[in-house]
Ligand binder design. Sequence first.
Ligand code: F6P
Ligand code: MN
Length: 309
Amino acid sequence: MAARKLRELLETEDRSLSKLVELLAELSLRIVREIPRTLGMTEGMNIYGEQQTELDVWSNGLLTKKLLRSGLVRQVASEEMETVMTADHGEYTVALDPLDGSSNIKTNNLMGTIIGIYHDKPLPATGRDLLSALYFLYGPYVEAVVGTKSGVYLAAPAGRGTGASKFISTGEPHRLPQKGSVYGIGGSRDKWTPRVHEFADTLEKKKLKFRYGGSFVGDYNQVLCSGGFFAYPELLDAPDGKYRLQFESNPIGYITERAGGKASTGKGRILDVEPVSISQRVPTYLGNKELVSEYEDLSRTSLGLSAER
Ligand code: F6P
Ligand code: MN
C-alpha cells in the first residue's frame, strides 16, 4: 500500500474526526517544540497530589482552550483538571492526558499526549463507547498512533504541510506482532503482588526482554511495535494501580484491541469498566492476547490470594 497523509486516511473514514485529529496533530507539534523551553517546575499540584511541571500546565491549557474553541468539541476532561469543561457547540467529547510521562522532562526521556474521543457522550464514559483514541509519542521523532474502528495507523511528521497533513502513514493498519519480544511492568518491585512477581518470572522464562522507561506511551509503544506485555499493575499499597481509566487505560486499551491485542484489569476487559468518577484508577495489563490471558488465568489461582511472596 502507498504512503498516505494521515489526514486523507482519516477523511475517508470520518470527515469531522479527521478535522479534530488535524488540530490535535498541530498542537502536539507545538507541545514538543515547547519542551526544551520550559524545564522549570511550578508550585502547582494536580488533583492526584503529583507536582505539575510548567509544561503540564501549559499543555493542558493549550489543548483545552483550542479544543473548546474549535466548534468540534463540546466537553473536555483532563487528567490535570478537577472538572469537565464545556463549550456551547461540538459533536465530540475528549478525554486528555496532556503530557504523559512528564517526570521524564529532566532526563529527556519519552513523553507523549494521550487522547480519547467520544461522539456525543458525557464524561466520564466507558471505553466501549470510544469513537477513536490516539497518542502522540515525543521521541526522537513525534509519532502519531491513531486507533479508529478500521484499525491502528502509525504516522510520522515526514511530509510537507502542517498538522495531520504533515503526518505520513503507510496506510496499512498496524497489528501487534504475533510473537512478543519485550515486556515492562511499572511500580516498585517490593510493592508488586505475588502474582505479578510470578508472571514477570514467566515472561523471563519465555525470553521476553525487560524494558522500562517510566513513561506509559513510550513503554507501551515498544510493546505495540515489537509485541509483548506491558502493565501498571495492582500494587500491595495501591490495589487500583496508578493509571486513570478515562485518560490513560481506556484510550490505550482501545488502541490495543484495535491492533489485535488484549487490554485487561487483570479480571476483565478495561473497556467494559463502568466509570464511577472522572479520576478513578484501574490496574492495567496490555499486550498480546495469549500473554494477557495467561496473566488473567494466574490471577484466578490461589497464588494471587496470598499477600506474601
Ligand atoms: O501516569 C504517569 C506516569 O508518568 C506514566 O507515564 C508512567 O508509566 C508512570 O507514571 C510511571 O510510574 P512509576 O514512576 O511509578 O514507574
Ligand atoms: Mn499519564
